[in-house]
Design a protein around this ligand. Structure first.
Ligand code: SF4
Ligand code: FES
Length: 248
């Protein structure tokens, strides 16, 4: 396939940035999207130009690093996958592909297609954990029976990889699907109930401080989430927040 790429280039956080056009030829349909980007970067390096900066790590849908907005969709045109799992067979010879970073005030661009997602880390640090004594006196896991239903739902929520596609997709740049998943994964388990009120209060507070927008139930986040995190998690977070507020 021969393709035209229109890619967001931005030298640094203060740079204005602009779309720049590139051509790549002989791209195999079996390549992943990031391999196609590697081909472009090799081309740029060989011609003495600066390669395009983009985030990636595992390249197998686990780490949540690959954050590209492709033809107006977070993680591109396929469903239930991350950018690194997107294959070039989803495109046609002669296509023009627009590639941009996540766009959200809380995710400022660092360079080209790389954005700063530390806001998610700070939300996690505010309460996305359980305090456990790991000094050797840890309780046997089987001592706390958990229903299959609760375990399955907690596991589904825990599959969020923190990629940020939900924020990038939402017209309000809301982080509620991410925060909902992180709250729900503990709220469903006995180990998480001990600190439940503080957790939801602190995580929601941090989310607001970071400048994410509010949820208006458009549901775009659920559609673009590569891990199938559902809006049910936002509803659960809202219930947890209300309970915590009433508790004072
Ligand atoms: S909820 Fe989905 S889209 Fe949002 S960060 Fe988690 S995995 Fe990514
Ligand atoms: S590079 Fe890890 S999820 Fe894509």
């Amino acid at each position: 396939m021969n393709l035209t790429l229109k890619i967001w280039r931005q030298k640094g956080p203060q740079d204005k940035g602009a779309m720049v056009e590139y051509k790549v030829n002989d791209i195999s349909e079996h390549m992943s999207f990031l391999e196609m980007m590697d081909v472009l970067n090799e081309q740029l390096i060989n011609s003495g130009d600066e390669p395009v900066a983009f985030d990636h790590d595992c390249r197998e849908g686990i780490c949540g690093m690959c954050s590209l907005y492709i033809n107006g969709e977070a993680h591109g045109p396929d469903r239930g996958i991350t950018t690194c799992q997107l294959h070039m067979r989803m495109f046609n010879d002669g296509d023009t592909i627009y590639i941009e970073p996540w766009r959200a005030a809380a995710f400022p661009v660092i360079k080209d297609l790389v954005v700063d997602r530390m806001a998610f880390e700070r939300i996690q640090q505010a309460g996305g954990y359980i305090s456990v004594n790991t000094s050797g006196n840890t309780q046997d896991a089987n001592a706390l029976p958990i229903s299959k239903h609760a375990a399955d739902e907690a596991m589904d929520a825990a599959s969020c990889i923190g990629c940020g596609a939900c924020v990038a997709t939402c017209k309000n740049s809301s982080a509620m699907l991410f925060v909902g998943a992180k709250v729900a994964q503990y709220a469903l388990l006995p180990q998480g109930k001990v600190e439940a009120a503080d957790r939801v209060t602190n995580m929601v507070h941090q989310m607001d401080l970071e400048g994410f927008g509010n949820c208006t139930n458009t549901g775009a986040c659920e559609i673009e989430c590569p891990k199938g995190i559902t809006l049910v998690n936002i509803a659960r977070m809202n219930r947890e927040f209300l309970k915590a507020s009433l508790k004072g």
